[in-house]
Design a protein around this ligand. Structure first.
Ligand SMILES: Cc1cc2nc3c(=O)[nH]c(=O)nc-3n(C[C@H](O)[C@H](O)[C@H](O)COP(=O)(O)OP(=O)(O)OC[C@H]3O[C@@H](n4cnc5c(N)ncnc54)[C@H](O)[C@@H]3O)c2cc1C
Length: 324
């Protein structure tokens, strides 16, 4: 028997869509493993978020609205998560594969002496083994890994990998006690929130990305943003655009930026360098707009529209607006 614990990443009043994906996958896994599906929500806003999570098929939502979680860097969060994992015993811990989630994963696995499977896109159970499927080497290889230690398994899951089906199971809300005797050294001085668009980039179902072909910061605002809005998506960028200072680095997709896997990826004025490709190649449908029919992106896009983006993008935005 093994329980499943979902780590809920949130900003007080906002959680990521991946949380709900993990809640639904936790239900499926817990049923197969014969355990319970838990979610742990910590810090300010935790009780309200726990109420919202009741709409998803969890058994227990473990909550602590402890000011220390927000006042101090990551350690109080890890203490709560470790205490819950030790209390529940053998568990699979599902964490969003985000920048913060990866930080949590690295620390909790050290505390529990657990193994880690990262950037997982599928989970299977075979006997005692939990099989984790994840793309490696920039998506050119799909690896299936399992854990030698069957006590604790730490798994970071790629956003958009699992479907969401809201079907509340009447989850019980449990208040967690504060881990005793802990002292923390690192105070949080300030927190700067990204705009909601940037926050949602990794889990947006449509991403409209711009590259050097846009020629400056303004077309991101006047051309790409309206197109992304018309499609209900988020704006991304190549490193060339971020390096030029046209967009913040938080929008960069690729080897040294974010990995996205939306249903639709639109690459506008992006050549398709390998370092960009590894951050978006698992997208459902890839459409590129490029004036060069021989650009490398032609090799891995489903549709290449050859022409001037400054003419095509406004027309496309207008057409989508008319159709919707
Ligand atoms: C270690 C390392 C890590 C890196 N990490 C990343 C990363 O994470 N993400 C990333 O993106 N890159 C990364 N790079 C950089 C990468 O190699 C490329 O330089 C970069 O992706 C190029 O960006 P781009 O496609 O926007 O620009 P370019 O390669 O210059 O392409 C611009 C494209 O726009 C087209 N174009 C120009 N004008 C128009 C127009 N009017 N209409 C239509 N099309 C037009 C051109 O035909 C061209 O294909 C990394 C590089 C290194 C060495």
């Amino acid at each position: 028997m093994r329980n499943v614990i979902v780590f809920v990443e949130h900003t007080g009043d906002h959680t990521r869509k991946v949380t709900y994906e993990l809640a639904c996958e936790a239900r499926r896994l817990a049923d197969v493993l014969g355990g319970k599906a838990h979610a742990i929500v910590l810090g300010s806003g935790a009780p309200a978020l726990a109420e919202r999570l009741k709409a998803y098929p969890l058994d227990v939502i473990d909550v602590a609205e402890d000011a220390d979680v927000d006042r101090f860097l990551i350690d109080p969060t890890i203490d709560y998560l470790e205490a819950l994992a030790r209390e529940l015993g053998p568990s699979a811990i599902l964490i969003p594969n985000t920048m913060y989630g990866r930080d949590i994963a690295g620390r909790i696995l050290a505390r529990l002496e657990a193994g880690l499977a990262s950037d997982v896109i599928d989970l299977k159970v075979e006997g005692e083994n939990l099989l984790c499927v994840s793309p490696k080497l920039g998506g050119t290889t799909i690896a299936t890994c399992t854990f030698k230690n069957t006590e604790y398994a730490v798994i970071t899951v790629r956003p958009n990998a699992f479907a969401v089906e809201a079907a509340g199971a009447g989850a019980q809300i449990v208040q967690l006690g504060k881990p005793a005797g802990k002292q923390y050294a690192m105070l949080v001085e300030s927190v700067v929130e990204e705009s909601s668009g940037e926050l949602g980039l990794e889990e947006a179902s449509v991403v409209v990305s711009g590259g050097r072909g846009l020629g400056g910061a303004q077309p991101f605002e006047t051309l790409l943003k309206p197109l992304a809005d018309a499609l209900g998506g988020a704006v991304g960028a190549s490193r060339a655009a971020a390096d030029a200072g046209w967009v913040p680095y938080s929008l960069q997709i690729g080897q040294t930026g974010k990995t996205v896997s939306p249903n639709l990826y639109l690459a506008v004025g992006i050549s398709g360098a390998i370092q960009h490709k590894v951050g978006m190649r698992t997208s459902g449908t890839i459409v590129a707009i490029n004036k060069d029919a021989g650009a490398p992106i032609a090799d891995f896009s489903d549709l290449l529209v050859v022409g001037d983006l400054f003419q095509i993008v406004p027309e496309l935005t207008k057409l989508i607006g008319t159709a919707s």
